[in-house]
Design a protein around this ligand. Structure first.
Ligand SMILES: [Zn+2]
Length: 132
């Protein structure tokens, strides 16, 4: 293969790899986008937060600091189906208004139609991986 052609194919393959990596990398921008959509659809757009993104977390699927309004979703969750990630977002978003898992919290969380199913999914997943 002539040198120029080899270079061309090396370039094509490099770009393909980059695209694949971009697809599998957890994207904070995408998370933010989904949170905005869920906020509008379920909460009439009334929620606001200071930041949202993926973070390394070993034991939790997500976290929300009630006072600062910063939402973190575990990087482990980025490979889950999108409807489960949406549930995790809704859960953390509900914490923006209620710090504890009380009845009002659950009322907000359950505005997401697949909340019950997602809870079951995560429970099954947690028990199959030894709760890790
Ligand atoms: Zn919670």
């Amino acid at each position: 293969m002539p040198h120029r052609e080899r270079q061309h194919w090396a370039e094509v393959m490099r770009r393909q790899l980059e695209r694949r990596r971009a697809r599998t990398q957890p994207s904070d921008a995408r998370l933010q986008q989904r949170a905005n959509a869920l906020n509008l659809k379920l909460f009439g757009g009334r929620l606001s937060w200071s930041s949202i993104g993926y973070a390394e977390m070993n034991h939790l699927w997500g976290s929300c600091t009630f006072t600062e309004g910063s939402i973190r979703i575990s990087k482990r969750a980025s490979s889950l189906p999108e409807w489960v990630i949406d549930y995790l977002l809704v859960h953390e978003m509900a914490h923006l208004e209620h710090s504890a898992h009380g009845p009002e919290f659950h009322e907000m969380e359950n505005l997401y139609p697949l909340a019950e199913r997602a809870r079951g999914y995560l429970l099954a997943l947690d028990s199959s991986t030894g709760g890790a």
